[in-house]
Ligand binder design. Structure first.
Ligand code: NAD
Ligand code: UDP
Length: 327
């Protein structure tokens, strides 16, 4: 029998890629997703339990039925702007949802959790590249929900023996190179899919948020990391915890920064079509530059990103968008 891993949010973007990666090395991913933002077509590598993580009875029954060795916890609301407009919904889903999940884990005797944190826990960085010991000072409710999740888990470890790996992703991008799954948020707010939609004319012109940042070309710089590399880091984190590894927090990025204009150029090269764009005002709460140092993930997990070239990352996203039937 394959070792089961319970994956909350497994019908979403990063979750579905992680289910595929788990399955490829012999784990059985069991997805729990309320489908509030998920896709049935993205669940291909194991069962789908349609449940909200806040439904403790449904979760308790799921733990009893599947007896997972570990949880990977993606389920959350993810959009910074929405979190500013409606923080109650974010604290409820992200923080209360995590507490409910941890309760169900305790009842189900499952002591291991890998979960999605974010570069948003750092807020506006004092220096880049950012290391894990950089001060944690989120500047919006979304980032605060992620920091609270980390703090809750840090308290649970000595009290209840729940071990965690907090993975602080920088900018997830790209799609499975084999096709079939990719980035499909609704509403979509991320740069790469919006730039592709602008080039393909399936969306309006891309708006470039701010041209006067203190960066080489004046637009914001981000660390774009391929979703399949993120997926591999989750597999490595599960193994680390199953081998008795200590609770830890790790950055996941490539260490390379790309500006908004560089992404626009990469999309142009990938598709052979220019990206129509217009200059727009800065988006509230966008730091000029967010780039990770991921040497800790390298030493703790042996993780190294395979897709380090922005052209390769964007090409996988472009191919996925051409193949999408629901785009
Ligand atoms: P996504 O929206 O594609 O996936 C999230 C999934 O969780 C969806 O399928 C949704 O239906 C499900 N979900 C939400 N609330 C739920 C609940 N209460 N019960 C059950 N299911 C629920 O998002 P994603 O881009 O795959 O992000 C996954 C995680 O990674 C999130 O926690 C997000 O905050 C974090 N993250 C993402 C990025 C990024 O660049 N996309 C960066 C940093 C962190
Ligand atoms: N961005 C932009 N236009 C858009 C969406 C994003 O100029 O329509 C910029 C945004 O200001 C940021 C970068 O692209 O500097 C990446 O934004 P995204 O929302 O993809 O990820 P974030 O960095 O907010 O996690």
């Amino acid at each position: 029998e394959r070792t089961r891993i319970l994956v909350t949010g497994g019908a979403g973007y990063i979750g579905s890629h992680t289910c595929k990666a788990l399955s490829a090395v012999g784990f059985e991913p069991v997805t729990v997703d309320s489908m509030v933002r998920g896709h049935e077509w993205a669940v291909q590598w194991g069962p789908l339990v349609k449940a909200d993580i806040r439904d403790v009875d449904a979760m308790t029954a799921t733990f009893e039925k599947y007896r997972p060795a570990a949880v990977i916890h993606f389920a959350a609301f993810i959009e910074v702007g929405e979190s500013v407009a409606d923080p109650a919904t974010f604290y409820d889903n992200n923080v209360w949802g995590t507490l409910c999940l941890l309760r169900a884990m305790q009842r189900g005797n499952c002591p291991n959790i890998v979960f999605s944190s974010s570069a948003a826990v750092y807020g506006t960085p004092e220096q880049t590249p950012i290391r894990e010991d950089h001060p944690l000072n989120p500047i919006n409710p979304y980032g605060r929900t992620k920091l609270m999740m980390e703090q809750i888990m840090a308290d649970f470890d000595p009290a209840y023996g729940t071990h965690h790996v907090a993975l602080r992703y920088f900018n997830a991008a790209g799609a499975d190179p084999d096709g079939g799954i990719g980035e499909a948020h609704n509403p979509e707010t991320h740069l790469v899919p919006l730039a592709i939609g602008s080039a393909l004319k399936t969306r309006g012109h891309l708006k470039v948020f701010g041209q006067d940042y203190d960066t080489p070309d004046g637009t914001c710089v981000r660390d774009y990391v391929h979703v399949s590399d993120l997926a591999q880091a989750h597999v490595a984190s599960v193994r680390y915890l199953l081998d008795g590894g200590k609770s830890t927090a790790l950055n996941l990025g490539t260490g390379t920064g790309n500006s908004v204009l560089e992404i626009i150029e990469a999309v142009h090269r990938a598709g052979g079509v220019a990206v129509p764009y217009e200059n727009a005002v800065r988006r509230a709460g966008d730091p000029a530059r967010l780039v990770a140092t991921s040497t800790k993930a390298q030493s703790v997990l042996g993780w190294e990103p395979k897709y380090t070239d922005i052209d390769t990352i964007v090409q996988t996203a472009w191919r996925w968008h051409l193949s999408r039937k629901d785009a």
